[in-house]
Design a protein around this ligand. Sequence first.
Ligand code: 6PG
Length: 243
Amino acid sequence: MAQRTIRVATDPQALARMAAEHLVQSAEEAFALQGRFSLALAGGSTPRALYTLLADAPFKDRIDWSRVHIFFGDERCVPPDHPDSNYRMASESLLSKVPIPAEQVHRMRGEIAPEAAAAEYDARLRSFFRTIRPDLILLGLGDDSHTASLFPHTPALAPTDRLCVSNWVEKLKTHRITLTAPFINSAREVMFLVAGKSKAPAVKNVLEGMPDPNRLPAQMIDPADGRLLWFMDVAAAEMEDQA
Ligand code: 6PG
């Protein structure tokens, strides 16, 4: 069972600042431990505020980007310049604005066949994390309690020894590429970043509901001997506005 921490910020901007501060500390810990920091980025729209903060002073100057390795939690099956690409969002908001060596940005190739892309990424993860654990994996939460591209009642939820798989998502009528729960749970830290009232029911179901991971995939995330962080704004945490 992971050591679970829940922190609530007053609004999405305060949430982004809280997450940025924690990320800087996580990076410093990793640099001290092993001389580099492996960070898996979440997709969707919520993390954009965090990435934008990290790309600018003061946060930009508080991280030694030359020692950072970027991975992705999941990717849509589209080219990297497509509007739906998680890589494109991260590149526009962060990666194009910080001095991180290109070879240290490990992109899921959404533009090739899904299973080939997943197998390729699985191999890359096995090689990079042969002797170390991922330092920090950022995750979002969907209204349906999915995380990464681990959607309810989809094949990627089945037990697996894979680190990355392709996943057919019937409700979206598309494949996705996603890290698997076992790989996510191997991380030293996993941070959920959740904002907005629409997420409150999913947050409550995942954190307080009966265990039902097939319906609530975010419940699968429980890093064995790592830290599980839930960073939310008051709307997502369904707390009265701190007026
Ligand atoms: C994706 C994400 C997905 C996302 C949630 C929340 O590729 O869409 O990986 O898991 O984090 O759907 O998305 P929002 O932040 O846009 O609400």
